[in-house]
Design a protein around this ligand. Structure first.
Ligand SMILES: C[S@@+](CC[C@H](N)C(=O)[O-])C[C@H]1O[C@@H](n2cnc3c(N)ncnc32)[C@H](O)[C@@H]1O
Length: 259
């Protein structure tokens, strides 16, 4: 059943997509992670919360710093994967709009490919509440490079299921809550990094099926997506007859400081 606390496509989609997510989504590039860790002052013993931690693809990189990590994730199946992938962290059920933690509990908060799903007007004051004064908030997104013909076609295949009002990182609407609450957080700093994800044709399909809108769609719609992706894989000159496909990504990193 869909989680009423979060956006319906996220609730239904991420609940169903865990295995596709684990196989089809990339990690985050070292440059971007190191930049964020340094700017946020994350090190051994720092209390850090990862909001919308999912299966732990970003969390597990922050764990390597020795920080004391809390992974917050509202979707039960994602949370189970998070517990498996990051056995040393504290995993909690909750949302960015209602964080089960006392005031001023954390030295830093991060959200990886997740903040656009939050209700920014409620999440920004809530994140402010659980952070200590001067603490950093880091936001990071992996965005698929759409410059090749096949990547553009891939977007067409699943965009149809998202609809015009779907929350998206690329729309930039997630920034509005920060622009309205400059009393709570300082300016957003931004840096870009680039990387590639090597995938098999089967993981290429997983990448598509991990998109929340695809995972939340009807079986008939998913079958349509599967057959269109199969056709793309067998006809595109850059994809056909490949055992491995290189998917380019751009990573956007933002950070700000709690006032
Ligand atoms: C695209 S996934 C990213 C997961 C993980 N951070 C990563 O980098 O792979 C977005 C995650 O945000 C979670 N999410 C959606 N709405 C949320 C909310 N309001 N509060 C907290 N998490 C939320 C979803 O359940 C999902 O696990």
């Amino acid at each position: 059943m869909s989680d009423q606390r979060i956006h319906p496509a996220a609730g239904a989609g991420f609940e169903a997509a865990v295995e596709h997510y684990e196989r089809g989504r990339p990690s985050y590039p070292d440059d971007a992670v190191t930049y964020l860790v340094n700017e946020l002052g994350i090190r051994e013993g720092t209390d850090v919360i990862d909001l919308g931690a999912g299966t732990g693809k970003f969390t597990e990189l922050i764990v390597l710093t020795g920080a004391r990590m809390t992974g917050l994730e509202p979707v039960a199946s994602m949370r189970a994967a998070l517990e498996r992938n990051c056995p040393t962290i504290r995993v909690v059920d909750g949302t960015a709009e209602s964080i089960p933690a006392a005031n001023e509990s954390f030295d830093a908060a991060v959200a990886a490919s997740a903040f656009h799903w939050f209700d920014g007007e409620r999440a920004v004051p809530e994140v402010h509440r659980v952070l200590r004064p001067g603490a950093g908030l880091g936001l990071i997104w992996n965005a698929r490079d759409q410059s090749s013909d096949w990547s553009e076609r891939l977007t067409e295949i699943f965009d149809e299921l998202a609809g015009p009002d779907a929350p998206r990182y690329r729309s930039g609407r997630w920034r509005e809550a920060f622009e309205k609450r400059t009393d709570l957080f300082g300016p957003l700093h931004h840096r870009v990094a680039y990387h590639v994800h090597h995938v098999t044709p089967s993981a290429f399909l997983d990448r598509v099926l991990s998109v929340s809108y695809v995972a939340a769609a009807s079986e008939a719609q998913r079958e349509r997506v599967r057959s269109e992706v199969a056709e793309l894989l067998s006809t595109d000159p850059e994809l056909r007859d490949r055992d491995e496909i290189v998917m380019p990504y751009r990573t956007d990193v933002f950070w700000t400081r709690r006032r």
